[in-house]
Design a protein. Structure first.
Length: 572
């Protein structure tokens, strides 16, 4: 006995020594375990007797259930922390009740077992043996457990024979048996792992759940539970709190630290009423808690609720992984499409006209595209198009436009006449037939024999002609005809302009993304800002296009730009 522990008459145990409070909780747990087995197997047998024409057994099974229910109620009442210690007779009365009603249960099961032997019904007989075994274990272990609580009565005589003869308490009428709940057969789904060191508890739960349609596996300790969980997937774990080798709490902690197991819902099961332990289990991620003996309706409801959450989680995970995989495939396809678009861009030119370009899409696929090709040995067609928007639709239209121009396949168009080219493109690619996409274009033809550039534009920024010289503003021309965007109105007319090109001049053709750049301070650059950069002399050995890209990124303050950037430079 703990010499430092004394409890005053009428003092609740919950205010006394923590070690004794824990001892009381353990005793309640150990008494409830066999009661849980008796009640559970009796309910199963009552249901099976109804289903298989064994109605003569129902009165006896009902008597067993009533007796076990009465013992369970008495244990809960007299061993409650706020009741124990108030009356000296309470434990003695509880001992009498347990002994008398356990004897009634054993006697009734023996009678029913004899009937089963006569009927050669082995399955029912096996369950009756389990019930009788649990009743004997309860009867034999109760006196020592209750005697362990005798020191709670400070200054009172020790309890005498907690397992005395039967009293009126043992023979009092029991409450009516609760009708066992029937689950809809075959309606349940899910794979459940039951982990309990008590074989009878495992068998009882397995019988309940298999009848409801669940797939059930069993584990007898925490180590075995983790082995099974890592070997195959489960939808739910019913996990006993108190087990040898590894407690349910330790198993729960291990599961929640394992990425493969942390999403498997866990319902803790125990006859222990340690609320602090149960609270810790919930805090560590347990889905719910079931106390022994199990209420069939509550068991079915909590398992169903946990499995439904697991089903929804699994569905979300499948949807998420499908989305990730779809995005991965889409990204791969977009990258392949972007590589295809890049492959359509022209090679650099050398000779009487030198040409180079820089291109940086804001996404994998953009609406900018450009090119140049010789119409004949003396005339070079130059063009840059910008389709509205970004993505697959814009890229498809830009590729279609490029192919039509490069193949010179516009019916009735003279490709040496820029205005005629824009007119036919506008008529052929109206937005009503192009998913409401419109586009801008700058198209020019440089005649190297006459050193003359003819050009037309539709909604596009002007090209810039920088004549040979010292790079002053007087040597710079903006080339635009001010035409409307293409794709709006098939009746739109376009006109061409022409200018002479002094030897050594340079022509710059670009999209609006080359200058409409927002800086971190909120200011957006405009065309004059780019023109000013073009007018600056290039450093020796550097390419002006590289200097322009560097300027654009410095204005933006980051590598990625807001819009597609297309730049072409021609040394004419």
């Amino acid at each position: 006995m703990d010499q430092n522990y004394q409890i005053r008459p009428g003092q609740p145990v919950e205010q006394a020594s923590a070690s004794w409070a824990g001892r009381l909780s353990r005793i309640r747990h150990d008494l409830r375990n066999p009661l849980s087995e008796i009640l559970g197997f009796t309910e199963i047998l009552q249901e099976e007797a109804q289903d298989h024409g064994l109605q003569p057994m129902l009165p006896g099974l009902g008597s067993i259930h009533q007796a076990a229910t009465r013992i369970f109620a008495e244990v809960n009442h007299w061993l409650a922390p706020n009741v124990l210690g108030q009356t000296r007779e309470s434990l003695q009365e509880l001992g009498h009740t347990i002994e008398a009603l356990s004897a009634r249960i054993i006697s009734t099961t023996e009678t029913l077992s004899a009937d089963c032997d006569a009927l050669e019904n082995n399955s029912v007989g096996d369950d009756l043996l389990r019930i009788a075994g649990s009743a004997r274990r309860l009867r034999d272990s109760a006196p020592a457990m209750l005697a362990e609580l005798a020191p709670l009565f400070s200054g009172r005589e020790q309890l005498e024979g907690a397992g005395g003869s039967a009293t009126a308490a043992g023979e009092a009428s029991a409450p009516p048996a609760r009708a066992p709940a029937k689950a809809e057969r075959g309606s349940a789904w899910g794979s459940i792992l039951i982990v309990d060191d008590n074989e009878a508890n495992r068998a009882l739960l397995a019988r309940h759940l298999r009848k409801q349609g669940y797939t059930v596996s069993l584990g007898e300790n925490g180590r075995q539970a983790l082995e099974k969980l890592r070997a195959r997937p489960f939808d739910l774990v019913l996990l006993d709190v108190l087990m040898p080798e590894m407690s349910g709490y330790q198993v729960l902690e291990t599961m929640k630290q394992d990425p493969r197991l942390r999403h498997v819902p866990v319902i803790m099961i125990s006859a222990l009423d340690d609320l602090e332990m149960l609270a810790r289990c919930i805090e560590r991620g347990a889905e719910d808690y079931l106390s022994k003996p199990f209420d069939a309706v509550l068991l079915q409801a909590r398992i169903g609720s946990s499995l439904e959450k697991k089903r929804l989680h699994d569905q979300e995970q499948r949807t998420y992984h499908a989305l990730v995989e779809s995005q991965r495939r889409l990204s791969a396809e977009l990258a392949e499409a972007a590589a295809y678009v890049q492959s359509l861009l022209p090679a650099s030119l050398e000779g009487q006209v030198r040409a180079q370009w820089r291109f940086q899409p804001c996404a994998q696929l953009g609406g900018d595209i450009f090119g140049y090709h010789w119409l004949d040995p003396a005339r070079l067609a130059i063009y840059l198009l910008d389709v509205s928007g970004h993505g697959v639709g814009a890229a498809l239209l830009s590729v279609s436009l490029l192919n039509v121009i490069r193949a010179e396949s516009l019916p009735g168009a003279d490709f040496s006449n820029p205005a005629a080219v824009l007119r036919q493109l506008n008529r052929m690619f109206q937005m009503d037939h192009q998913n409401n996409l419109i586009f801008t274009i700058w198209y020019g033809v440089f005649d190297s024999s006459q050193r003359r550039l003819t050009y037309a534009s539709g909604g596009h920024p002007p090209a810039v002609l920088l004549e040979a010289g010292n790079g002053s503003a007087s040597s710079l021309q903006e080339l635009s005809t001010g035409g409307r965007l293409l794709g709006f109105d098939p009746a739109t007319e376009f006109r061409s302009h022409a200018c002479d090109v002094p030897p050594g001049s340079r022509l710059y053709v670009f999209s609006d993304g080359a200058y409409e750049i927002s800086s971190p301070d909120g200011r957006t650059r405009q065309l004059p800002d780019l023109v000013q950069q073009l007018s600056q002399p290039s450093a020796a050995g550097t390419c002006k296009l590289d200097a322009l890209m560097t300027w654009a990124r410095s204005v933006r303050g980051e590598e990625a730009l807001e819009d597609d950037v297309s730049l072409m430079e021609f040394e004419l």
